[in-house]
Design a binder for this molecule. Structure first.
Ligand code: UD1
Length: 418
């Protein structure tokens, strides 16, 4: 089993270019099923979730592979199956996007309930309710979901009961080739949704309003392939800023969209860091002892992202004063707190609230990641701790970060994979 070994206490200095977005590439790869012809995706992160999506595509009969470091080419011409194995479905939550894409393309699919990080129950009831509105019959048997529609799906008026990111993307995937128009309200507004819509529009779809809470999709009979560049990863951008805030030093993150993480940057400013943005760059300097933050409440976009909660908490462990987190999106997203406490952090969790009292020092310790972003939180804390930390279960981190140790080494961290 691989581990990360981090010798903390080194300041970070330098520049990095951020990778392509995990949460954008996965739905776009599922969307490729809807296209006749080749899809070429640039700026794809080499993370295990991307490889899992490629394995799913292959299991369905589609061609899909990396043709150079960050380019993936997909050809869905050989699509021969609408069933995804339990093993592949369990590997990642994003396998759920194949439900909308497969049902849209073939009128049916059989998948098992998706897996992924253990951060809450993560049901798919909102996805299912929306598909049913489009004329899909959905049945469940022994942990499998069966979708069936006789002929093309029908456009519909759909109001989501909660602006779920995945459900919004599944509706878009199902609606682009449906008969008629779909009006989706209370849609999620995350930038990755606009990226998916932009990709599909380049393939001939007609989607308006993606990125807002009302999306209109005029169904098209056929879509074609295209070349597309995946948007930059806002969560990775925020991670490397958090690492620098915690360890001290200065970093320039290039190739990002600063606006996408404004609420996170504003927490770094409250902590006493200097943050400057221009065009596609963010500069952060952390020179003084950090200060506690106001209450950090996770919210849907454009609020503070739940995906940034763990590593911002890790950066606040040594801040002067008390910080409070309220996790409003997932009910079980504080696993990292127990691991941070092993390093000397003072964190109390009660339900959706975590209270972080700043301590003078963190100490290197043996910790284990229990989910992707929680794992990034352990890396953040280890960089600012005294002594050596060992982080196990790093397969979680590899799901979302391309070569995390190489990126951090390039800005002066002492981190290696063993
Ligand atoms: C996506 C992101 C994930 C991020 C999350 C919230 C991807 C691949 N993943 O996950 O990184 O943390 O958005 O920003 O893009 N819910 C239901 N029923 C449903 C669907 C969701 O109750 O049918 C609940 C979930 O349990 C959760 C909340 O709604 O409590 C938000 O989930 P959702 O927005 O769907 O997140 P994901 O799409 O799974």
């Amino acid at each position: 089993m691989q581990k990360l070994i981090i010798n903390g206490g080194r300041r970070l200095n330098g520049e990095i270019t951020v990778q392509g977005a995990k949460n954008a590439v996965l739905p776009v790869m599922a969307a490729a099923i809807l296209c006749d012809g080749r899809v070429t995706l640039r700026n794809c992160p080499r993370i295990t979730d991307t490889y899992c999506a490629l394995r799913i595509l292959k299991s369905l009969g589609c061609g899909g592979r990396f043709t150079d470091k960050n380019t993936v080419v997909i050809d869905s011409g050989g699509l021969a199956s609408s069933e995804i194995s339990d093993e592949l479905m369990r590997e990642m939550r994003s396998s759920v996007f194949f439900m909308g894409a497969l049902t849209g393309r073939t009128g049916q699919c059989r998948i098992s309930l998706p897996g992924g990080c253990d951060i809450g129950q993560r049901p798919v009831d909102i996805h299912i309710a929306a598909l049913k509105k489009m004329g899909v019959t959905v049945t469940e048997d022994h942990g499998s979901l069966n979708c069936f529609c006789d002929g093309r799906l029908k456009g519909a008026e759909i109001a989501l009961s909660f602006p779920s990111v995945g459900a919004t993307e599944n509706v878009i995937l199902a609606a682009v080739t449906a008969k008629g128009t779909t009006e989706l309200t209370n849609a999620a507004r995350e930038p990755e949704i606009a990226d998916l819509a932009e990709f599909l529009n380049r393939c001939g779809a007609d989607i308006k309003g993606a990125g807002t809470s009302s999306i209109t999709i005029h169904g098209r009979e056929k879509l074609h392939g295209c070349e597309y560049e995946i948007m930059p990863d806002r969560i990775c951008t925020a991670t490397y800023l958090a690492c620098t805030a915690a360890a001290g030093g200065e970093i320039l993150v290039k190739g990002c969209v600063p606006e996408h993480i404004r609420p996170v940057s504003s927490v770094f400013e409250q902590m006493g860091c200097s943050v400057y943005t221009c065009a596609d760059r963010i500069y952060l300097s952390s020179q003084k002892p950090l200060k506690a933050a106001d209450i950090v409440r996770t919210m849907v976009y454009p609020g503070f992202p739940t995906d940034c909660q763990a590593f911002v908490m890790a950066a606040l462990c040594k801040a002067e004063g008390t910080s409070v987190f309220v996790e409003n999106i997932f009910e079980n997203r504080y696993h990292h707190a127990a691991e941070l406490k092993r390093m000397g952090a003072d964190i109390r969790v009660e339900g959706k609230v975590a209270v972080v009292r700043g301590v003078k020092r963190l100490y290197g310790a043996k910790t284990a990641a229990s989910d992707l972003r929680g794992g990034a939180g352990l890396v953040t804390a280890a960089l600012s701790a005294e002594g050596t930390s060992e982080i196990s279960n790093i397969h979680f981190i590899d799901r979302g970060y391309e070569d995390i140790e190489t990126v951090l080494t390039s800005v002066g961290a002492d981190i290696k994979r063993v």
